[in-house]
Ligand binder design. Structure first.
Ligand code: GLA
Length: 394
């Protein structure tokens, strides 16, 4: 009798298992606390592409400290593609290029950690990286262990040479491998917005790319904005849409640089600077270092700004902030200057007789009965922090 019960129980259990299907590899749940606000830092790709080495990274860390950007919040020093040797070692481990990294990745990690920074690295969820160096597909745990042993704090995980394996599976495997190392490592999915990553990225990572690669071109920057701005529902503390790294200082006009930085802050995007800090102009540093705009990006409420209106190339975005004020961003995508305007009510502010309007680029404070607007130069932007006069900014 007892045996029969056991058989029946076993049959019932396997039927239940069959009904659920084979367990999908559960991606490790992302630790939201690792990125409660969008990550800020620097990555060499946009300025140096494959010309990466320990000297440049360490010099950049020193410059971030000296030029005030570290104090403004830039924390990660991130290595992109091309840091490794063509071949894994005899035990299958990734090997840092000995010419570019004579002290290994651990040497750079120690250097930046001693100066209060964190270190990021790059790999690909494929058999090769985009520069055709060894990829991590099938080597997830071994590579995650290397990163952890070297003291890496952030992984950008690219999408080249994927061998047709579904993204969720490839990215989930690395998510689990990172969690298994026991080291807190921010996980940045870089699958270019494919396979609907915005709908599942937050289940396993702190940020995920939503677009194809940015370039130092106004049109490419605006194209990424147009895609990313539609995905506001998915962003929250610890989980961010990533419209790609910053091109500020890399050839856009002064007005375009301001627009780029304003839009990224309005969308609570990661702020990963990508310009050569050895030659960056005062104007570039002033954009990257605008702490009033950075405060909008880093606001603890963690809301991504939404379009209030986008018509005829004139865009208005509203981003609610933790203190009850709203960041209002006005962008003119056309070539001629134009009036871009909205109202406090349309931006989601409560009714009030007067509003305090702080201009985040001019650093001036004014008042308004409700109209918010500016004549914005072609390709330019204006950005305001608006609060009821009896509210937080009063
Ligand atoms: C892809 C990524 C870029 C960069 C390069 C490196 O194109 O999207 O951000 O990492 O690979 O090869």
């Amino acid at each position: 009798m007892r045996k029969m019960w056991a058989v029946l129980l076993a049959a019932a259990l396997s039927a239940a298992l069959l009904a659920v299907g084979p367990a999908a590899t559960p991606a490790a749940a992302a630790d939201r606390a690792l990125a409660l606000t969008p990550p800020m830092g620097w990555n060499g790709w946009n300025a140096f592409a494959c010309k990466v080495d320990e000297h440049t990274l360490e010099q950049t860390a020193d410059l971030l400290a000296a030029n005030g950007l570290q104090a403004a919040g830039y924390q990660y020093v991130n290595i992109d593609d091309c840091w490794m040797s063509r071949d894994r070692d005899a035990d299958g481990r990734l090997v840092p290029d000995p010419v570019k990294f004579p002290h290994g990745i651990k040497g750079v990690a120690d250097y930046v950690h001693a100066r209060g920074f964190k270190l990021g690295i790059y790999e690909s969820a494929g058999t090769l990286t985009c520069a055709d160096l060894p990829g991590s597909l099938g080597h997830e745990q071994q590579d995650a262990n290397s990163f952890a042993a070297w003291g890496v704090d952030y992984l950008k995980y690219d999408n080249c040479h994927s061998q047709g394996v579904p993204a969720k599976q490839r990215y989930g495997a690395m998510s689990e491998a990172l969690a298994a190392t026991g080291r807190p490592i921010v996980y940045s999915i870089c699958n270019w917005g494919l396979e609907d990553v915005a709908s599942w990225g937050a289940t396993m990572a702190q940020l995920w790319r939503t677009t194809t690669d940015i370039l130092p071109s106004y049109d490419r920057m605006i194209a990424n904005f147009h895609v990313n701005v539609q995905l506001a529902d998915g962003a929250r503390p610890g989980a961010w849409n990533d419209p790609d790294m910053l091109e500020v200082g890399n050839g856009l006009t002064a007005a375009e640089d301001r627009t780029h930085f304003s839009l990224w802050a309005a969308m609570a995007a990661p702020l990963i600077a990508g310009t050569d800090l050895r030659t960056a102009s005062a104007a570039t540093l002033a954009v990257l270092g605008n702490t009033e705009v950075i405060a909008v990006d880093q606001d603890p409420l963690g809301k991504q700004g939404r379009p209030v209106s986008m018509a005829g190339g004139l865009d208005v975005l509203a981003k609610p902030l933790a203190d009850g004020s709203v960041a209002v961003t006005l962008v003119n995508e056309t070539a001629q200057s134009a009036l871009v305007s909205t109202t406090a009510a349309a931006a989601g502010l409560p009714g009030a007789a007067r509003y305090i309007v702080r201009d985040l680029w001019e650093h001036t404070t004014g008042e308004s009965a409700g109209a918010i607007g500016a004549v914005v130069p072609g390709h330019g932007a204006a950005m305001f922090r608006v609060a009821p006069a009896d509210g937080p900014a009063a």
